[in-house]
Design a protein around this ligand. Structure first.
Ligand code: SF4
Ligand code: SF4
Length: 434
């Protein structure tokens, strides 16, 4: 028997709430989330099981508990008991058991360690149920109950204090000065006025500083008036992944309000999928009316600049394949942009067997890459991507999300694979025509 099926699922707890208070906090949040859309989705599942073969966690382990519909089971029970049209009858007749603390604790592994909110299951569901979105809503309740993986909670606390899990804002000027010196490229910080507010992912302020320096190289080459700013610099939005809605709102507003303050018309997001999900698609809910700035992902930006002729690149002339980041492509709609940039780079694509909107997740989205206790599962899931990349026979393996890159690098290391995922942004910077 697979040990993973018998082992007790891991869970962490934050704060001092009693068990009862945790269950109540989760329930109150779930009921708030059961708006019309969620209710329709909860009622619609016909248990066809089609979502199972879409989920990389289920496909690579064969474990029934990783079936997407099953991952929603506690949420579904809460709905029928607390918010469905027949909830009073359901409760009176005891048709659906009340959720207890043990079930919530065991659920943590299913919606944090083994769901990347990638939306591949959503794509195949014949009833149009947005399972990824429902998992995200379920995380809101789990956060309120103090029941999220401790590693994510740690990052959440840092981001609450600093606005970023990577660094306090007052250290940003020094970090940028160091990156600037190391890579020989000017990086403006805290300019009082600029046209473009440039943001980063935490890794770009630590291990992946080349990506930040390469973004600076491109922006300087274009002659744009841009800056990074202590007021809003980290776009990764840990609140979006953790289920911490208040933090998500605060971090999103920090970016947009800083852009407005300095007169920037554009916020440029880094190569980060969740930054795109949080800022591009969810920011509007905190502003009445249209957003006061344009929010663009780095891939979109590169595509536009190359298409306009303002950015010219030397062709590489090699074979390549591409990993589509879920939040940018399937959830974000940017399937063609990266392919146009790759074509400009002279990298004809041999597509993965599953690619574009149907591509499999890297296995690290939704905070899973930062969740240390999910490392074994991530390595198992990585085998799927590795096999698909190998099957293309392509020499280069490119992607456009730093978090995907970290996940894929970790997977390569864990499985002794010698291919290194490359950044689309870094390839463009390396191939700039003088
Ligand atoms: S959103 Fe992705 S990881 Fe989560 S259940 Fe669906 S396919 Fe699996
Ligand atoms: S594919 Fe949709 S309808 Fe079928 S089991 Fe999964 S969630 Fe339910």
């Amino acid at each position: 028997m697979n040990p993973a099926t018998t082992a007790k699922p891991p869970f962490d707890r934050q704060g001092e709430l009693s068990d009862e208070a945790r269950v109540d906090a989760a329930m109150r949040s779930f009921v708030r989330e059961f708006g019309v859309t969620a209710a329709v989705h909860m009622e619609a599942c016909v248990r066809c099981g089609m979502c199972a073969e879409a989920c990389h966690f289920h496909v690579t382990t064969g474990e029934a508990k990783y079936t997407p519909a099953y991952k929603l089971e506690p949420f579904r029970r809460a709905y029928f008991r607390e918010a469905s049209p027949f909830a009073p009858i359901v409760r009176a007749l005891g048709l659906v058991r009340k959720l207890g603390i043990d079930e919530l604790q065991q659920w943590q592994e299913l919606i944090y360690d083994s769901c990347t909110m990638c939306g591949r299951c959503t794509l195949v569901c014949p009833m149009g149920i947005d399972i990824a979105e429902l998992v995200k809503e379920a995380r809101h309740g789990m956060f309120r109950a103090g029941l999220i993986p401790e590693r994510l909670a740690l990052m959440d606390r840092a981001a609450q204090q600093w606005g970023s899990p990577a660094t306090p804002p007052e250290d940003l000027p020094d970090i940028l000065a160091e990156v600037s010196e190391q890579h020989g490229v000017p990086i403006p910080c805290d300019l009082p006025q600029a046209d473009v507010l440039v943001t980063a992912a935490p890794a770009e302020l630590g291990d992946h500083t080349k990506a930040l320096a390469d973004a600076a190289k491109i922006l300087n080459r274009l002659g744009l008036k841009w800056t990074m700013h202590q007021g809003g610099f980290d776009a990764s939005n840990i609140g979006f992944n953790n289920g911490d809605l208040r933090l998500q709102e605060r971090l999103t507003k920090a970016l947009i309000d800083t852009a407005v303050k300095i007169g920037a018309k554009t916020i440029l997001l880094p190569e980060c999928g969740h930054a795109y999900g949080a800022a591009r698609w969810e920011a509007a809910k905190w502003y009445d009316g249209p957003l006061p700035v344009r929010i663009v992902h780095m891939t979109e930006f590169l595509d536009e600049q190359i298409a306009s002729g303002k950015l010219r690149v030397r062709p590489i002339g090699d074979t390549a394949t591409f990993h589509d980041p879920c939040q940018i492509v399937r959830r974000g709609g940017l399937e063609a942009a990266a392919r146009r940039v790759l074509a400009a780079l002279g990298l004809p694509l041999t597509e993965l067997k599953d690619h574009g909107v149907a591509g499999f997740c890297c296995g690290g989205g939704g905070g899973v890459v930062s969740n240390v206790r999910a490392a074994r599962l991530r390595a198992q899931v990585f085998e799927l991507k590795k096999a698909q990349v190998e099957a293309t026979g392509a020499k280069r393996f490119v992607t456009s999300c730093g978090q995907c890159r970290i996940t894929l690098e970790q997977g390569a290391k864990a499985t002794h694979w010698n291919k290194k995922p490359e950044s689309l942004l870094e390839l463009v910077a390396e191939q700039l025509v003088d």
